[in-house]
Design a protein around this ligand. Structure first.
Ligand code: FE
Length: 352
């Protein structure tokens, strides 16, 4: 309750302070600082985040320590957060939208909810395939969706590509998460971009053909089904396996980097964009820029076993233990642009 009152009070303060500034949202940073006429340090940055508090709070605390800029955040599911941003329109207090999956960020951008940012630092720190070409959003951490297998029943030399999981030798041995989940929609969307609809549909049909069990509701359940012997191979985001390995270093499931001899392993992002009606766009940009630098990039990897988006920053030890891999360098915005096509394709292929 107290937090809410504080949020509302601060929100009001910001709204009042920004009434003048609002009309000059396209002005340069210097003009904005002059228009606000209060020290930048007193303006909190307000973040709508679909990431959980334990992942974002340590980062925001560190940012505040370093810059003196306070960060306030509201967490929730990505769909409702994006809908809220849309409903609030110009009146929103959110400066930053931070969520997972390029498909979600693309959708916010497609609805006109984000502003383009031209930041030399972000453009330098974040590789081109992990950010929106107009600067509407930037990948901050990378999550790879790749093959996992039962150590005692699969020799990694039998594995190669996502497409090769359609081979009849995997019949009754493959487990997949539901096609309704955005991670799989994004995987299939980028496959459409890379391989075309026809080839992609053949691959998805081949997977369905080889399923050992009805689709699962989570990546963790896929991994547990492999560990339990229900299937031998699956497709998951690597950090879910990482969590299992933290609990048990001899966990019976291992990771394989798919497509290393061809297009590279499919990657997606957690990422953020500055909202179109941000009241503190300069603070928001400072936060995004800071998040792309070394210490926070390392924290992403340590806190959630993800891969730093900034390629100059090494992964956490446990992530590095999976070995270096080549990322598919298709721009992750394809995950959003081809989302509807991917959903229809998976439906035609009877992938439930
Ligand atoms: Fe996840």
């Amino acid at each position: 309750m107290l937090k809410r009152v504080l949020f509302t009070t601060l929100s009001c303060l910001i709204l009042c302070a920004c009434a003048e500034e609002r009309q000059s949202v396209d002005s340069t940073d210097d003009e904005l600082s002059a228009a606000v006429n209060i020290p930048e340090i007193s303006n909190p940055v307000i973040v709508y985040s679909s990431r959980q508090e334990y992942l974002i709070k340590p980062l925001f605390d560190r940012f505040t320590e370093e810059t003196g800029i306070e960060v306030q955040y509201q967490t929730g599911e990505e769909g409702p957060l994006i809908a809220r941003l849309q409903a609030e329109g110009e009146a929103t207090f959110a400066d930053v939208l931070y969520t997972v999956d390029a498909g979600n960020l693309w959708s916010a951008s497609d609805k006109g909810l984000l502003a383009s940012v031209d930041s030399a630092l972000l453009n330098q720190n974040i590789p081109e395939h992990l950010r929106e070409p107009q600067g509407q959003w930037f990948g901050l951490s990378v999550r790879a969706r790749t093959i996992v297998y039962a150590k005692d029943r699969v020799d990694p030399s039998e594995l190669s590509t996502y497409a090769a999981l359609t081979d009849p030798k995997w019949k009754g041995r493959l487990c997949l998460r539901t096609s309704k989940e955005v991670y799989n929609i994004s995987l299939v969307a980028t496959m459409i971009e890379r391989l075309g609809e026809e080839t992609t549909q053949n691959i998805v049909e081949g997977w369905v053909e080889n399923l050992a069990a009805p689709v699962f509701s989570s990546d963790t359940l896929v991994i547990e089904a492999i560990a339990a012997g229900q299937c031998d191979v699956g497709l998951v985001n690597s950090y879910y396996l990482g969590r299992k390995q933290v609990d048990d270093e001899n966990y019976p499931v291992a990771l394989y980097w798919a497509n290393q001899d061809s297009s590279g392993t499919h990657v997606n992002i957690s990422g953020a964009g500055i909202t179109r009606y941000a009241k503190n766009p300069e603070g928001a940009q400072r936060l995004l820029e800071w998040l792309s630098t070394e210490e926070p990039q390392r924290m992403f990897s340590e806190l959630n076993l993800e891969i730093p988006a900034n390629p100059t920053v090494p992964s956490a030890e446990q992530v590095a233990a999976w070995g270096d891999f080549i990322q598919d360098n298709i721009n992750v915005e394809a995950a959003g642009r081809l989302q509807a096509d991917a959903v229809m394709l998976m439906d035609r292929a009877d992938y439930r």
